[in-house]
Design a protein around this ligand. Structure first.
Ligand code: ADP
Ligand code: ZN
Length: 597
């Protein structure tokens, strides 16, 4: 909720603008009507026979013809007007006037009222529009426009540290900062230098925002939150002005925590290119650095920034006195996930036999946000089911939704499409089962979900901290298993494999250019903007293609040897839409063999 001061600043120009617009819109037609009427001089209307008799005598000074309207000016100055629609009749009178040697004037048609109004409103509206754009530009340059929000959430949603689970190390690291904010003078007396800038690095949804907010709450100080992207604007200098304004506000309410979400939007390496957008971003970043350097021991402001790309940040940002403390927020392990689930299970009715530890084990790689979403989805499913409490089946359904997307109801594929989809998915399953190092196959389905026609779901059996080369190769082969089955069993190719191919190529490219797992040796392309030689890029492409070709060949070999098992799985899929892991193993006549690590 913006503070009252914030609101008044925003409101007043807006009210003034609306007022001006209304006035202009009302005034424009009135002005137009007045002008129109001034142009039409009072004249007496006469009929054709009167006109004819006038034309015969010689008291006329001038005749004006405007379309089918004839205006006769008498020698005494009075005006008479007749409308003569017939062309022949008009010619007749004009002939008469000519004989009497009365001067005749032809005039262009005068525009009607509507046209007049229209032609006057265009310049007025243009004027108003130019004024409005100018006002917008001016106000956003001074950094006081409505599109920039820095929200002070000190008195809403009091998140405590207890509600942030599974990230104990990060919490411990923030402890010192909280001490400092609670009692800044004490820190100064002891000569301690409390961290002023903290960088929270971690994947989206790992709880970085939550941590910062909880820290503010623990320290009982206000929390100012902005998004890094809100410093990017089309007008030059706006970003820098917003930074100034943000810190002016922070100084006013300090001690406080300023939280900049996704700082990579403004903190990218400077001087990348000479275009004006990047020059403006550099200026914004410089302003941020200036503000942070200006902190003295008496200003008790702590800036916490979050990013999931710490590698692309400008190095000046992480120098001493700026964001000199980096805290990595990792994905939680099984025990951490259980703790996070406990936080989000509060207030929900769970079946007594539903074990949070079981859920935690089945959700490796899930972020805090995904776990929160899982519990929420499960609760919704349980309500839809009219169940008293949330049980395993609701959790399973919610997890399927999160991993595979929602089922598309009422969407029917024809038999050919279903068959092709079943073959494609069975190909993934066959290769996934044959691969010794990949993730176990959990479920396969040919019910269209989200954007996909079918889904093969594999679930890591444990938290993977280290990904070996063999694991990545198995992943690529499994992804290409769908295409392999199409090629060999259907003698065709479908566009449905495009996402599989995209993901496979992405893994292969990272193996070559980041992990050094190719004949090119340990090279790293990284995220840097340093130009690389074309030869190197070509060699990377070649090595990537070689991995893909090799894995596709492997997948094809598996499909050939498992042809019978694939056929069994395909008919089961056509019959039931979804097949789970036990039935899959039955088709392939396999038992759950322990996997190599
Ligand atoms: P980030 O800022 O890292 O992208 P957020 O802090 O915005 O992630 O997390 C989004 C939501 O996910 C939170 O509001 C919370 O409900 C849930 N969440 C994320 N991490 C945790 C956690 N460690 N403990 C409890 N809930 C979490
Ligand atoms: Zn596929």
């Amino acid at each position: 909720m913006p503070s009252p001061i914030h609101k008044t600043i925003l409101r007043s120009p807006r009210v003034a603008l609306t007022f001006t617009a209304v006035v202009l819109l009302v005034l424009a037609p009135i002005i137009a009507v007045v002008i129109y009427q001034r142009q039409s001089v009072a004249s007496e209307k006469i009929n054709y026979s009167q006109l004819y008799s006038i034309a015969e005598n010689t008291s006329t000074a001038l005749v004006t013809i405007e379309g089918d309207v004839l205006t006769v000016r008498a020698k005494d100055g009075s005006l008479l007007q007749a409308t003569v629609t017939s062309e022949i009749a008009r010619q007749g009178v004009v002939e008469l006037f000519r004989k009497s040697k009365v001067p005749i004037e032809f005039q262009a048609l005068r525009p009607g009222l509507l046209t007049t109004a229209f032609s006057w409103s265009i310049p007025i509206l243009t004027f108003a529009l130019v004024g409005f754009i100018g006002w917008r530009a001016y106000s956003s340059m001074s950094g006081r426009d409505g599109s920039f929000k820095c929200t002070d959430t000190s008195n809403k949603q009091n998140v405590t540290f207890a509600e942030v689970a599974g990230v104990d190390e990060a919490k411990a690291e923030l402890g010192e900062t909280i001490e400092f904010l609670r009692n800044p003078p004490r820190f100064g007396r002891l000569g301690g230098r409390a961290p002023r800038g903290i960088l929270l690095a971690g994947l989206p949804g790992t709880g970085k925002t939550l941590l910062a907010r909880a820290a503010a709450n623990e320290a009982a100080v206000p929390f100012l939150s902005v998004s890094g992207a809100s410093f990017q604007e089309k007008f030059a200098g706006v970003g820098a002005a917003r930074v100034r304004r943000l810190f002016a506000k922070a100084r006013k309410i300090s001690p406080c925590i300023v939280f900049i979400d996704e700082i990579d939007a403004l903190g990218r390496r400077r001087g990348r290119s000479s275009d004006s957008a990047s020059a403006d971003q550099d200026q914004t970043l410089n302003q941020l650095l200036i503000e942070m350097d200006g902190f003295d021991q008496s200003s008790s402001i702590v800036v916490i920034a979050s990013t999931n790309r710490p590698d692309i940040l400008d190095q000046a940002l992480t120098r001493p006195g700026r964001f000199d403390r980096r805290i990595t927020v990792n994905l939680a392990d099984a025990r951490g996930r259980e703790a996070i689930l406990r936080v989000h299970a509060r207030g929900l009715h769970l079946e007594p036999e539903l074990d949070l530890q079981w859920i935690a084990r089945g959700t490796p790689g899930f972020s805090g946000a995904e776990l929160a979403n899982l519990m929420n989805e499960a609760a919704i499913t349980a309500i839809r089911d009219d169940s008293e409490a949330i049980g395993r089946k609701h959790i399973e359904a919610a997890r399927d939704r999160i991993l595979m997307g929602a089922e598309r109801e009422g969407f029917r594929m024809d038999e050919d499409e279903r068959h092709a989809t079943a073959v494609h998915e069975a190909g993934h399953v066959a290769v996934g089962l044959a691969a010794k190092h990949g993730d176990p196959i959990h479920k396969v389905s040919i019910l269209p979900r989200g954007g996909a026609l079918g889904v093969t779901q594999s679930l890591p059996d444990r938290d993977r901290l280290m990904k070996k080369c063999e694991y990545l190769e198995d992943q690529i082969a499994t992804l290409l298993g769908g295409r392999a089955a199409e090629q060999i069993l259907l003698s065709t190719m479908t566009a449905g494999a495009s996402n599989d191919i995209e993901r496979a190529v992405e893994i292969a490219r990272r193996m070559v250019s980041e992990f050094g797992m190719s004949p090119l040796g340990p090279i790293h392309l990284g995220a840097s903007d340093i130009p690389h030689s074309q030869t190197l890029l070509d060699r990377i492409e070649d090595a990537t293609a070689a991995i893909i070709t090799e894995q596709l060949k492997r997948a094809c070999d598996v499909v050939r040897t498992e042809e019978k098992a694939i056929a069994r799985l395909v008919s089961l899929l056509l019959e039931r839409d979804t097949v789970d892991s036990a039935e899959i193993l039955e088709c392939f006549a396999k038992h759950d063999v322990p996997r190599a690590a």
